[in-house]
Design a protein around this ligand. Structure first.
Ligand code: ATP
Ligand code: MG
Length: 364
């Protein structure tokens, strides 16, 4: 009996600015690399959302788009939001934050790897060995206040930071399990560091205490705690000593841009937002309106996010073929950077988005 091919439905949000320019070549590469995978086929369906859509219709994330995202096997998102188009209260259109909240995508995974051939700002030769993962809680923390802050007259303003036991336990378990997987793959050190500000805020002392409680369930790993300010310093002074870092939403937002800086460009930094049984994959960068429509955008962060999606889908569906295709895509990006023949402007070259994507295709 021939095995039935299972279809995996990928909800695509190509949004604003450079979004469509980096999404199209990424989907083509994913189709290329998965074409021989047995038992699984991926189909891609695009859904409207973002600042451009808001300007046209008054809706930034239509209900049908949210429903489609909820039903999909995975979500691939490029970038949404534009500084020129805002809600009446002045905040930017950010359906990517709404999706994280609506779908409970609590674990924001941001791998920080210094690829051979990438323009890393650190001179130390040990920088070549940097390979850690920052996990940013993505549904609460200071962002729980998103859209709910108050301005009291013209005199003061208040936002609220929320830490819950339920989400924190899931977040820390995710971090410990990721550290176990990295250790088993010979890639990690088996160390998880909780990044907080427990010396000043009760909410962070609570966060840290839950971390230390959960650590007891993982005796094969080392659990460390560190303050966020010191962590920022160490990310520059000795980032090669890190393995898995786990932190609150706002701290993670800031540290992940620092991580992208270590990698040499925002255009090289991928991410995943993982929930209980759904996940969203997008580059760390935004819609880059300053270079939109010119073919200058670096597609590698988007392509690496696609590789993370294949790895996650592979683990969710027990498909070694999907896991291997994710690895092949990741390896092809590394090969293009190491070769150095094609570089977009952000990493010191003159190649176009399409030339960069074609170079990845040639290495597959
Ligand atoms: P967000 O608020 O969504 O994080 P942002 O305001 O931080 O967005 P980005 O859109 O990420 O800003 O852009 C920051 C800078 O990085 C811009 O100068 C932009 O051109 C550049 N940049 C971002 N992504 C890329 C990319 N893929 N390729 C080249 N340059 C990029
Ligand atoms: Mg940003």
């Amino acid at each position: 009996v021939a095995a039935r091919v299972k279809n995996l439905d990928i909800a695509v949000f190509d949004g604003d600015g450079i979004g469509p320019e980096i999404m199209a070549p990424t989907i083509a590469l994913i189709q290329q690399v998965t074409s021989q995978v047995p038992d699984y086929a991926l189909s891609f369906r695009s859904h409207p959302a973002g600042a451009g859509h808001y300007a046209k219709t008054g809706q930034s994330l239509p209900a049908e788009s949210l429903t489609a995202a909820r039903k999909a096997d995975a979500i691939l998102l490029s970038a949404m939001g534009l500084p020129s188009i805002r809600y009446p209260n002045g905040t930017e259109i950010s359906p990517q934050i709404d999706l994280r909240m609506e779908l409970n995508l609590y674990a924001g995974v941001r791998p920080v790897t210094i690829f051979p051939g990438a323009p890393c700002p650190l001179g130390d030769p040990r920088a070549a060995t940097v390979d850690f993962v920052l996990i940013r809680e993505s549904t609460e923390g200071l962002f729980a206040s998103h859209g709910k802050g108050t301005i009291n007259g013209n005199e003061s303003a208040t936002e609220t930071l929320v830490i819950t036991r339920k989400v924190s336990e899931k977040l820390f378990d995710f971090a410990f399990k990721l550290a176990q997987r990295r250790k088993a793959a010979g890639r990690g050190k088996g160390v998880v560091t909780c990044v907080d500000k427990a010396n000043v805020f009760q909410a962070f002392a609570f966060f840290r205490s839950i971390f230390l409680e959960r650590a007891k369930a993982f005796p094969d790993l080392t659990a460390n705690s560190a303050y966020v300010d010191a962590t920022a310093l160490w990310m520059v002074e000795r980032p090669w000593t890190f393995d898995v870092l786990v932190t609150e939403n706002m701290f993670g937002d800031i540290l992940s841009d620092l991580g992208a800086g270590l990698m040499g460009s925002l255009g090289l930094a991928p991410s995943a937002d993982i929930g209980d049984d759904i996940a969203l994959f997008q580059p760390c960068h935004g819609s880059a309106p300053d270079i939109a429509g010119q073919g200058l955008a670096n597609p590698l962060a988007m392509i690496l996010s696609g590789a993370m999606m294949l790895d996650w889908l592979g683990h969710e569906n027990n498909s070694d073929g999907l896991i291997q295709s994710g690895k092949r895509l990741d390896d092809a990006v590394r090969a293009v950077l190491a070769e150095g023949r094609f570089r977009t402007r952000d990493i010191g070259g003159t190649s176009t988005t399409q030339q960069m994507a074609d170079a990845v295709a040639a290495h597959l």
